[in-house]
Design a protein around this ligand. Structure first.
Ligand code: UD1
Length: 417
C-alpha cells in the first residue's frame, strides 16, 4: 500500500496545467458503446477510474487503444455481456454503461454497483427514467437487468437533478424511437460535453446545460473525434493549493466559467484571483477570512470541492459554516482534519469550522478521492510532516499529483509501506 509523506510549510509557486476531465471522460467513454464506428477521444486523463472504464469497454468486446491522452475505441465487435461484481465494484461510474448498452442492444445485465464511502448512492432515478422509455428493469441476486424491444421517447421529470441519471438517459434516448425530453436535468459542464460528443457522433440533442434536454432519436451513429473538456475539480483543487500555502500559482488549460463558484468563494475568503481566457492565477494575500459554503448542483458550489474548501477554512480567521446538501455521508474527512489540529464540529449535514492559526502534521487516511486531495492541501499548509495513507483513492482522480505539486515547490514523497 502506497502512502504520501508530506512536509508542509512551502509556498507553492509557478504554473500548472489541468488535465482533461475525469467526470466528462467516463460518460463519453461509456457512450462509445452506442456505435459500431470508431471514436477517437483526446485529452483523456490517465487515471485509475479511466483505466477501469477502458477495461470494461475491452471486456465488452471493444478494441481500445490508449496512447498518451488519446483513447481510440472501435465498437464494431461489442456485445452486451453480463458485467460481474469484480468490475462493477471497482468504480460506481461503471453504471453509465446501462443507457448505451440498452439503447444499442435492447438488453443489459450488470452487477449492482452498491453504495460507497460518501453515501448510499441509489439508482432509482436511472431506473425510473429507463422505465418511462419502456424498458423493463429487474433487480435480482445483486444484478440489475434491463430489457426493451424498442426504447420509446417520452417526457421524464427527475425528482432531483442527478448527473449520472441525466447522462444515462441522454445515452438511452439517442437511439430511442421519437423524442425524449428530460426535465429537471443536471446542468453540469460534463453533460454539455457529453451532448457535444453525441451530436458529433450523429445524435440530435439540444438543451444540455439547461434543465430541459431534448433528444430526437436517430437510427444509428457513426464515428467521431472529440476533445474532452478540462477538469474543473482538479483545477479547483490546485487553486486551493495556492491559496492555502499563501502561494502564487497559475492554473492553465481551464474553462474559467466552469470554476465561477470556486473563484467567487476564494475572492470572498480574501485570496487574489485573476482570470484569463483559459487560465486563472491565484495569489495569497496574507489573509484568510471565514465564509459559509453550501454545496449545490451546478452552477452552485460543487460537492466535489467541499473537503478542499474545508481544508482552507480550517485556517481562516473566524467561524465558517459548511452545509453538504448532495451526499449524506460526505464529512468523513472531518476526524482526519481534527487529527491535524482543526477545530470542526458536526451537526447533521453541517460542519462548523472554527479557524485555527496552524494545522499540524499527523498520520491521516484518505477516506475518499476528494477527501484525500483535501488532506494533501491541509498537509501542505501544516507544520512538520504528514503521513497520508490510502492514497489509491487519490490516484482515481488526480494523475501523479505529487509530481505536479513538487514542481511548484511542495515536498511530497510517494512511499511503499
Ligand atoms: C457525479 C460525479 C460526482 C459528483 C456528483 C455530484 C461522476 C462520475 N461523478 O456523481 O463526482 O460528486 O455527480 O455532483 O460524474 N440520486 C438519487 N437517485 C439516483 C441518482 C442520484 O437519489 O438515481 C441522488 C444522490 O444520492 C445524490 C444526488 O442525487 O444525493 C446527486 O447524485 P448524482 O448527481 O447522481 O451523482 P453521480 O452522478 O453519482
Amino acid at each position: 500500500m502506497e502512502k504520501f509523506v508530506i512536509v508542509g510549510g512551502n509556498r507553492l509557486k509557478g504554473s500548472i496545467k489541468a488535465n482533461g476531465s475525469k467526470n466528462a471522460s467516463l460518460p463519453i467513454l461509456a457512450a462509445t458503446l452506442l456505435t459500431g464506428g470508431v471514436c477517437t477521444i483526446h485529452q483523456v486523463p490517465r487515471l485509475k477510474d479511466v483505466f477501469v472504464m477502458q477495461e470494461l469497454l475491452a471486456y465488452l468486446g471493444a478494441k481500445v487503444t490508449f496512447e498518451g491522452n488519446t483513447m481510440t475505441v472501435d465498437g464494431s465487435k461489442v456485445q452486451p455481456q453480463e458485467i460481474s461484481e469484480d468490475i462493477m465494484r471497482k468504480m460506481r461510474a461503471s453504471n453509465l454503461v446501462l443507457g448505451p448498452l440498452l439503447g444499442r442492444f435492447g438488453h443489459v445485465k450488470i452487477s449492482h454497483p452498491g453504495g460507497c464511502n460518501i453515501g448510499s448512492r441509489p439508482m432509482n432515478l436511472h431506473f425510473k427514467g429507463l422505465n418511462a422509455l419502456k424498458a423493463n428493469i429487474t433487480e435480482k441476486f445483486g444484478y440489475i437487468s434491463a430489457d426493451a424491444s424498442q426504447l420509446t421517447g417520452t417526457v421524464v421529470h427527475f425528482d432531483v437533478p442527478s448527473v449520472g441519471a441525466t447522462e444515462n438517459m441522454m445515452m438511452a434516448g439517442v437511439l430511442a424511437e421519437g423524442t425524449t425530453v428530460l426535465r429537471n436535468a443536471a446542468k453540469e459542464p460534463e453533460i454539455v460535453d457529453l451532448q457535444n460528443f453525441l451530436n458529433a457522433l450523429g445524435a440530435k440533442i439540444v438543451g444540455a446545460g439547461t434543465d430541459v434536454i431534448r433528444i430526437e432519436g436517430v437510427k444509428e451513429l457513426g464515428s467521431v473525434t472529440h476533445t474532452v473538456i478540462p477538469d474543473r475539480i482538479e483545477a479547483g483543487t490546485h487553486m486551493i493549493a495556492a491559496a492555502i500555502t499563501q502561494g502564487d500559482v497559475t492554473v492553465t488549460n481551464i474553462i474559467p466559467e466552469h470554476l465561477d463558484p470556486v473563484i467567487y468563494k476564494l475572492k470572498e475568503v480574501g485570496v487574489q484571483v485573476d482570470v484569463g481566457d483559459d487560465w486563472v492565477r491565484v495569489q495569497g494575500t496574507g489573509q484568510l477570512k471565514a465564509v459559509d459554503i453550501k454545496t449545490m448542483p451546478y452552477p452552485g458550489f460543487p460537492t466535489d470541492m467541499q473537503s478542499q474548501m474545508m481544508a482552507l477554512l480550517s485556517i481562516a480567521d473566524g467561524t465558517s459554516v459548511i452545509t453538504e446538501t448532495i451526499f449524506e455521508n460526505r464529512f468523513k474527512h472531518v476526524p482526519e482534519f481534527r487529527r491535524m489540529g482543526a477545530d470542526i464540529y458536526l451537526e447533521g449535514h453541517t460542519a462548523v469550522v472554527k479557524g485555527v492559526k496552524r494545522l499540524t502534521g499527523a498520520c491521516v487516511e484518505a477516506t475518499d478521492l476528494r477527501a484525500g486531495a483535501a488532506l494533501i492541501l491541509a498537509a501542505l499548509a501544516g507544520e512538520n510532516g504528514t503521513v497520508l495513507s490510502n492514497i489509491s483513492h487519490i490516484d482515481r482522480g488526480y494523475e501523479r499529483i505529487e509530481i505536479k505539486y513538487n514542481s511548484l515547490g511542495a515536498r511530497i514523497i510517494r512511499v511503499n509501506s
